[in-house]
Design a protein around this ligand. Structure first.
Ligand code: AMP
Length: 286
C-alpha cells in the first residue's frame, strides 16, 4: 500500500495504475475510520482494480464554532486498517496541499443543500462539494463510494456529479450500526457513557416512524411529533431537526405519498449525531 501526501505524487501513482488498464475506485473520508468506513472500503476493493482511500479533515466544511480542532485523528490505526483490507493507495494531504492559499472557487449545489444539515450548517455542503470536486479532479476515479448514513451528502454529491458532468459513478452503501442500532460515526467518540446509552434514541425514533408509516400514518407532522416524543424522553439530547423530505430534491413534504427520507439530527454534549431512513411507501391498489 502506498501513502501519498502530495497531489503530484498521487497523480503519478494513479496515472501508472491507469496505464496498466486498472479501474480506479475512491472512498473519501475524514479518517477516524470505523466499520462504516471499512464497509465502503471493502466494497471499493472488491469492485475496483485500484482502491484509493482519502483521509483529509476538510477545514472548509466546518464553521468556526464547530469541532475542527477536536475531530479525531487516528492516522496510524487508519493506515493499518486500510492495509489489512488491501487498499492500494491512501491519499492523506496536509491542509496546505488542498488549500495552498485563500480559496476563491466554490461548488454550490442549490436547493438540495438548503434544508436538514444545510439549514443548521450553512457552509457545510459548499465545503463538502468543493473538496469532493477537488478530490475527483486529483484522483479521477471511475467509481466513488459514499454512505447512506449521510443521506443529504449523498444526494448533493450525486447531483453535483450529474450537473457538472464528472465522469464518475457514485455508489452508496447502507448505514452500518452498533448492535443497539446507533449509527457508527467518528463523532460517537465524543459521547460519555450516559450520552452513549441515550443516543440510541435517534434510531428508535426512526424505527418508530417506519412502523407508523407501515401502519398507514402518512402525515409528516404526526410522525415528527411521535419521533420528538421519543427523543425528548432522553434528558441529555437536544434536537437540531427532525424532517421528512422527498427522496429527490430533499424538500419538506406534508405527507409521505412518494419515496421519502426521514432525517434527524440531535446534539448530545459536543457531539451532533445524524441518522436517517429511506421510506418507500407501499403502492396502494385502487
Ligand atoms: P466521514 O469520514 O464522516 O466524512 O465519512 C466518510 C464516508 O463514510 C461518507 O461517505 C459517510 O457517509 C460514510 N459513513 C460514515 N459513517 C457511516 C456508517 N455508519 N455507515 C456507512 N457509511 C458511513
Amino acid at each position: 500500500m502506498i501513502v501519498t501526501k502530495t497531489i503530484a505524487r498521487t497523480r503519478q501513482v494513479i496515472g501508472q495504475a491507469r496505464t496498466e488498464g486498472k479501474t480506479i475506485g475512491c472512498v473519501p473520508t475524514m479518517g477516524g475510520l470505523h466499520e462504516g468506513h471499512l464497509a465502503l472500503i471493502r466494497r471499493c476493493r472488491d469492485e475496483c482494480d485500484f482502491a484509493v482511500v482519502t483521509v483529509f479533515v476538510n477545514p472548509t466544511q466546518f464553521a468556526p464554532t464547530e469541532d475542527l480542532e477536536s475531530y479525531p485523528h487516528t492516522f496510524e490505526a487508519d493506515r493499518a486498517a486500510c492495509e489489512k483490507i488491501g487498499v492500494d493507495l491512501i491519499f492523506a494531504p496536509a491542509d496546505d496541499q488542498m488549500y495552498p492559499g485563500e480559496n476563491l472557487s466554490w461548488v454550490n449545489v442549490e436547493k438540495i443543500s438548503a434544508h436538514l444539515c444545510g439549514g443548521s450548517r450553512p457552509h457545510f455542503f459548499r465545503g463538502v462539494c468543493t473538496v469532493v470536486a477537488k478530490l475527483f479532479n486529483i484522483i479521477a476515479p471511475d467509481i466513488a463510494y459514499f454512505g447512506q448514513k449521510d443521506a443529504q451528502q449523498l444526494a448533493v454529491i450525486r447531483r453535483m456529479v450529474a450537473d457538472l458532468n464528472f465522469p464518475v459513478e457514485i455508489r452508496s452503501c447502507p448505514t452500518v450500526r452498533e448492535s443497539d442500532g446507533l449509527a457508527l460515526s467518528s463523532r460517537n467518540a465524543y459521547l460519555d457513557p450516559d450520552q452513549r446509552r441515550q443516543a440510541v434514541c435517534l434510531n428508535q425514533a426512526l424505527q418508530h416512524a417506519q412502523q407508523l408509516v407501515e401502519s398507514g400514518v402518512t402525515k409528516s407532522t404526526d410522525i415528527i411529533a411521535a419521533m420528538k416524543g421519543i427523543i425528548d424522553k432522553q434528558s441529555l439530547g437536544r434536537i437540531d431537526y427532525i424532517s421528512i423530505v422527498d427522496n429527490d430534491l430533499l424538500q419538506p413534504i406534508e405527507r409521505i405519498d412518494r419515496p421519502a427520507i426521514i432525517a434527524v439530527a440531535v446534539h448530545f454534549g459536543s457531539a451532533r449525531l445524524i441518522d436517517n431512513i429511506v421510506i418507500e411507501p407501499a403502492v396502494r391498489k385502487s
